[in-house]
Design a protein around this ligand. Sequence first.
Ligand SMILES: [Zn+2]
Ligand SMILES: [Zn+2]
Length: 336
Amino acid sequence: MVMKAMVLYKPGPVENEPLILEDRDVPEIGRDEVLLEIKCCGVCRTDLHIVEGELKPIKLPVIPGHQVVAVVKEVGKDVDDVSVGDRVGVPWLYWACGKCKYCRRGLENLCEHALFTGYSVDGGYAEYMVAKKGFVHPLPKTHDDCHAAPLLCAGAVGYRALRLTGLVDRGEGVLGLFGFGASAHLILQAAKALGLKVYVFTHSPWKIEYAYKLGADWAGETRSNPPMKLDAAIVFAPVSWVFIEALKKLDKGGRVVLGEIYMTPIEKLDYSLLWYEREVKTTANVTRRDVREFLELAEKHYIMPDITIYKLEEANKALSDLKHGKIKGQAVLRIK
Ligand SMILES: [Zn+2]
Ligand SMILES: [Zn+2]
């Protein structure tokens, strides 16, 4: 059996269309694996970093894509958590060992042997893929296939960043969101559902309006001053000056969480911006707990992404539109 896939052989500027449409054999599964027939796959900024080469390649050629909505087509002998016909999602964390010191501390996102979907193994820009037992997730009934896809990374990794701010446990506080794209527009809804005050900082006038529409308490230009100091901030933009802007607006004892896997070099950091016990934390990858909790939250509070749909063969265009800030919400490839 053959399938269509968008394959990356050599990273390069997305304008040069580095992803190539190919016919490939449908992969075979092992005892602890499932074969998935893919319905949709979200297009994430991390995919852009993989395709353009800011993230060092682990496997080439590779099929990107790590927000996979699929139906189980076949299960291996040892698989007991899903059955043929189930609708499931596959996130960025493809597999973790469960044995290393990080896994034992509940930090499987930092696992020494972790595999990542669409990076160290083939992902969802294809008609089929293989996933591991225990690492596929049931999806909320409230969301159709294409609206479920963004929950798996934009939502789940954003939710990890939100948890790392400490405000979820506190149940109150002022949260600043810097950069208002695929993640932030979901995390705004989640943070409001969890009782936080949310300020949004963005450089696009249309996104300010959009943030208010989704329930922001205040929204403004990235360099402008909010009505109150921030207890925590999440920076979703991969640019260091935006991170510095977030630090400037942070209250004493506050924390900035960097939600991106990549950031431009930080050239100058004045110590006074960190003084008074301000903290900076990065978000690396995602755990199954983050994914499951966010999927439940999305179902309970009807947290719905805005999506722009592309065909599988338009993956280069979707990534280019993402790069140039043309997408409202998140791009999703509809595959079947
Ligand atoms: Zn591990
Ligand atoms: Zn992602």
